[in-house]
Structure formats: structure tokens, C-alpha cells
Design a protein around this ligand. Structure first.
Ligand SMILES: *[C@@H]1O[C@H](CO)[C@@H](O)[C@H](O)[C@H]1NC(C)=O
Ligand SMILES: *[C@@H]1O[C@H](CO)[C@@H](O)[C@H](O)[C@H]1NC(C)=O
Ligand SMILES: *[C@@H]1O[C@H](CO)[C@@H](O)[C@H](O)[C@H]1NC(C)=O
Length: 258
């Protein structure tokens, strides 16, 4: 029975990702649909004023944006969604200082202000104005230093990629190995590997690579939600995050990001 469920889940995820194989940094709209609240506008058409969704610190994932990065054509909308009763912002920043507010005057409205879903879901829409990478972060307390930042239209195929630094930082390597084993048959296991770290402040490289792992785990966890009736699926999902968090924290994101 479990093998049947597993093979069903794998077939499902392969189907989902078969269409995304040319877009390795694709968003998690399909993948997240099963996990996150329904009733959202998750129109998946591209380059035609479509809306793409990023979850703001969704329950069970902690201080992360999910997905961590999205490719979004100019003119499309990114809708940030708050679903948990905690204060967070979405604020534009830069590759050199992902945890500092951007000084670019005409983009100062890429800033949600503090929001909180304790009285209901909150949304903040950004109409994307450029193909170039744009960084964003949560400006509440030390959330960004704990990993709560992300990238729209991330640079790819540079000289130093996310994949290449898994080999150079032991805790990242351990986290990558752990997660790869957990989700080895899924194309999710390579998501974000080609994000380039060139031009991104070196002190954030590890945090970028960690965020890629957390997005993979989140995508994978949503697959588990397909089989809601399966006893223990929720526990397994939470264990995936807590184990990944514990493996990564032995190196200390807080130590490497100021
Ligand atoms: C959340 O932010 C509001 C102001 O925007 C503040 O009054 C409140 O104390 C904050 N709550 C927490 C838990 O920090
Ligand atoms: C980020 O902001 C802090 C405090 O506001 C400041 O000290 C630092 O120089 C800024 N870093 C960059 C790269 O702008
Ligand atoms: C900021 O405001 C300008 C002018 O109103 C608008 O053209 C632009 O789309 C806004 N930026 C975002 C990110 O919403």
C-alpha cells in the first residue's frame, strides 16, 4: 500500500516537473497548490499579466519565503501571501545587501509595510518592472538574517553556482545530501541548483544555498499533501523541515550573516 502511494506521488511530481524541466527556477504554483490555502488567484499563464504566488513564512516552514526565487516576466504580478499570525514585511533590497532596504528611489513602493494574518490572509502585489534580478527581504527584527529573503529573476549560470558551494561548506553539503536522499527520485531535488552567486555579497552565499534547500523541501512536502488520508504524512513533513534545519544550523546561518 505504501509503495503504491509513493509511486503515485512520484508519478505526480514527475508529471508536474516534466513541463517545468526547461524552467528549472519555475515557481511552485502547481506544487504549492495542494499545500497552501486554496481560493487564491494562481493563474499560471506567463507574460500576459499573470499572477505568481510567493508565500510569506508559511506555517511549518519558518522564516522563509516559498518559493525562494521565481522567474517572472515584466508586466506579471508577484502576489505575496501572509497566512500566519506573525509580523513580516516584503521589502526590496539588493544583491550586495539582501537584508538592507533598497535605496532605489523609484522602487520604494516595493515595500509592503508590516503585515500579519492574525485577522485573515494578507496579500501584497508587485508588478514586475524589470527582467533583472530583484532581491526582497523581511525587515522585521532579525528575520532576514535568519534566511528570510528571496530573489525575483535570479542570475543563473555564473562562475559560482548554488550547486558548487554545496561542496565547499560542510553543513550545506550535509543538508544537501540529507535532502537529496529524501527526495532523490524527484526533479525537485535539482531545483535552484543553477542560481548564480556571482554579484551576490559573499556573506549571503550560504543563506542563498540554504534557501534553495528549504524551497525544495517545501515543494516536496506539498507532494505529501496529495495523499491527505495517509496517516503520519504531516509528521513526516514536519520531520523533514526540522531535520534539515538542525543539520544546517550546526554551521550557523546566524554566524555567517550579519
Ligand atoms: C506587529 O507589528 C505591530 C505594528 O505594525 C506592532 O504593534 C505589534 O506589536 C507587532 N507584534 C509583534 C508580535 O511583534
Ligand atoms: C546595511 O545597513 C546597515 C545598517 O543600516 C549598514 O550599517 C550597512 O552599511 C548597510 N550595508 C550595505 C551594504 O549597504
Ligand atoms: C511603484 O509605483 C510606480 C508609480 O506609481 C508604478 O509604476 C510601479 O509599478 C510601482 N512599483 C511596484 C513594485 O508596484
Amino acid at each position: 500500500m505504501q509503495i503504491l502511494i509513493l509511486s503515485f506521488a512520484l508519478t505526480w511530481v514527475q508529471t508536474v516537473f516534466a513541463t517545468a524541466s526547461n524552467r528549472p527556477l519555475d515557481d511552485c504554483i502547481s506544487q504549492c497548490r495542494t499545500r497552501f490555502p486554496s481560493g487564491l488567484n494562481m493563474d499560471n499563464n506567463r507574460g500576459s499579466g499573470a499572477t505568481h504566488t510567493i508565500m510569506v513564512a508559511p506555517e511549518g516552514v519558518g522564516l522563509r519565503f516559498v518559493p525562494f526565487s521565481l522567474n517572472v516576466p515584466v508586466g506579471d504580478t508577484v502576489r505575496y501571501i501572509w497566512t500566519t499570525p506573525a509580523n513580516h514585511t516584503v521589502t526590496l533590497s539588493s544583491a550586495l545587501a539582501p537584508c538592507n532596504k533598497s535605496g532605489i528611489a523609484d522602487q520604494r513602493n516595493f515595500s509592503s509595510g508590516v503585515r500579519n494574518a492574525k485577522d485573515g490572509q494578507q496579500t501584497f502585489d508587485v508588478v514586475v518592472q524589470t527582467d533583472k534580478p530583484q532581491f526582497f527581504y523581511c525587515s522585521v527584527q532579525q528575520h532576514c538574517n535568519k534566511g528570510m529573503f528571496g530573489i525575483l529573476n535570479p542570475p543563473t549560470f555564473g562562475s559560482v553556482s548554488v550547486a558548487s558551494i554545496y561542496d565547499t561548506v560542510p553543513t550545506l553539503g550535509a543538508g544537501n545530501e540529507f535532502l537529496s536522499n529524501e527526495i532523490s527520485s524527484s526533479k525537485v531535488s535539482q531545483w535552484g541548483a543553477d542560481i548564480s552567486l556571482d554579484g551576490i555579497s559573499p556573506e549571503y552565499h550560504q543563506a542563498v544555498a540554504e534557501n534553495v534547500l528549504f524551497t525544495r523541501a517545501a515543494m516536496h512536502a506539498s507532494v505529501g499533501q496529495v495523499e491527505r488520508r495517509e496517516e503520519g504524512a504531516e509528521d513526516a513533513k514536519l520531520r523533514l523541515f526540522s531535520r534539515l534545519t538542525s543539520i544546517l544550523s550546526r554551521g550557523g546561518l546566524e554566524d555567517s550573516v550579519h
